[in-house]
Design a protein around this ligand. Structure first.
Ligand code: TRP
Length: 340
């Protein structure tokens, strides 16, 4: 990363989507933590209002927020360095959403991928195109723009599916700045997540909860060991040479073990002499080293939600201070009185 980029404020929103597996960790969480650590200013928030568009169980909404908070904290997010908060604890974001809505053409929302995908699905099923589409989903990009613009964000690391949302946030910031005056910094996206690794799962297909071939990050050692032993391999004998690059055990190991260990396993597979049982044992040891402590931490946090609340409240205070400044500028620009 260039020095210049490191100076820019970076912001990421995470929807609470349940406990992560190691593919999520390697592909998304670990790179996001590294980016946050490398930037001078970083924000990471739990997008609970975004989640609300689909969740109808208040207990689940609450629980899922704790779960995602405990997850990031256990995996190394430093709340002293990264401003870590719940979106719903920063009311300034929602007021900003309304100010942005006033300059956002409806047509922009009609073109949003997520809305279009919902409409297409309904059409295919022969339903009303807007069936089950609530206004929260429809205006999702405005809230997301407010998330970003409120914090004077420079860079938003995203996967390809989210690029349009960042472009929309730029569009909205531009509409507003041109209509009134320069209030918002124009954010850019960074496609970090695209170069990130995807891990194979137990059966060799992409690791995914929907295939049920995943290894959770947080689990007891015994259960972890059991899962690792279930990884599907061919029936080559230990002494036979094997191709590490088509070998699920190695593919996972390569992302969790140290460089020297990875090289040693690669060499042993290529030369022959590395059996799958031995390789699985090493993979298990590497996973233990990486996730045994985080699992303990995660369990400790989940047993003490008040601690999570206190951390997130402190983060929200910091986030509110920033958002309040942005909102103050925006209100003045359109001709509203200052915040009281
Ligand atoms: N829409 C993002 C997702 O589905 C989550 C999100 C909400 C977000 N607000 C954001 C991401 C702001 C980055 C910046 O993953």
């Amino acid at each position: 990363m260039s020095q210049d980029a490191a100076e820019k404020t970076i912001l990421t929103g995470v929807k609470p989507t349940g406990a992560p597996h190691i593919g999520n960790y390697i592909g998304a969480i670990r790179p996001a933590l590294a980016l946050a650590a490398a930037h001078k200013e970083s924000f990471l928030f739990i997008a609970d209002y975004h989640a609300l568009n689909a969740v109808r169980d208040p207990k689940a909404l609450k629980h899922d927020s704790y779960e995602v908070a405990a997850c990031w904290l256990a995996l190394g997010l430093d709340p002293a360095k990264t401003v870590f908060y719940r979106q719903s604890d920063v009311p300034e974001i929602f007021e900003l959403t309304q100010l942005l809505a006033a300059v956002t053409p409806k047509g922009l929302m009609d073109r949003a991928h997520s809305y279009k995908a919902a409409v297409d699905k309904n059409r295919e099923a022969g339903r009303d195109p807007d069936a089950d589409v609530n206004m929260g989903l429809y205006t999702y990009p405005i809230l997301m723009a407010a998330d970003i613009l409120a914090m004077d964000t420079g860079i938003v690391p995203v996967g390809r599916d989210q690029v349009q949302h960042i472009e929309f946030a730029r569009d909205m910031a531009g509409y507003f700045n041109n209509t009134f005056k320069d209030v918002f910094r124009l954010p850019e996206h960074a496609l970090g997540a695209e170069t990130a690794a995807t891990l194979p799962g137990l059966d060799g297909r992409k690791m995914s909860k929907s295939y049920n071939n995943h290894i959770p990050v947080f689990m007891e050692s015994k259960a972890r060991r059991k899962l690792v032993m279930k990884i599907v391999t061919d029936s080559k004998l230990p002494e036979e040479p094997k191709d590490p690059d088509t070998n699920t055990v190695f593919q996972i190991y390569a992302h969790v073990a140290g460089e020297t260990e990875v090289r040693a396993m690669r060499d042993a597979f290529e030369k022959g002499g590395m059996g799958y049982g031995d390789a699985k044992q090493r993979l298990y040891a590497a996973l233990e080293l990486a996730f045994e402590k985080p699992t303990q931490l995660y369990n400790d946090y989940m047993a003490d939600p008040q601690k999570i609340d206190a951390l997130l409240a402190a983060g929200a205070d910091k986030a509110r201070a920033v958002a309040r400044k942005t909102l103050t500028r925006a209100r003045a620009a359109v001709g509203l009185n200052p915040l009281r």
